[in-house]
Design a protein around this ligand. Structure first.
Ligand code: NI
Length: 135
């Protein structure tokens, strides 16, 4: 089994808040990420596919194909977008990194033509990252 990783970056705005709470209550719960007038993060996404090597090509999966799939189903929907408003797969979810990484998994899980989606990692900052493996 070989594990291949494609790294992508995107910039997106968000606000973490619960609609029924005041700005002060949201600030206590979510900190700076609840700033009422939005703010942004430079996210790094790592998508790992696991699979057997195809003896005909020597590839698990053409990594250019993986890049195109990630761009089509994820990056085009999040880069330079507002995750609360613009991103269809985040509708109804508070855009925490936990929710973003699990929703990105759902976007990609059934799109991988060879091998299987193994892990999705989302770095919100250099020091904080969130990983989902489908369970
Ligand atoms: Ni934030």
């Amino acid at each position: 089994m070989v594990y291949l990783t494609r790294r992508e970056t995107f910039a997106a705005a968000h606000r973490l808040y619960i609609a029924g709470l005041s700005d002060d209550e949201n600030l206590k719960l979510f900190g700076k990420c609840s700033h009422p007038n939005w703010h942004g993060h430079n996210y790094t996404l790592e998508v790992v596919v696991a699979g057997e090597i195809d003896p005909a090509t020597g590839f698990v999966l053409d990594i250019k194909k993986l890049k195109d799939i990630i761009h089509q189903y994820v990056i085009s929907k999040v880069d330079h977008k507002n995750l609360n408003i613009d991103t269809d797969f985040m509708k109804g979810f508070i855009p925490t990194s936990e929710n973003i990484v699990t929703q990105i998994w759902k976007q990609l899980e059934d799109k991988i033509p060879n091998g299987k989606l193994y892990s999705v990692k989302l770095y919100e900052t250099e020091n904080n990252y969130f990983e989902y493996r489908g369970e």
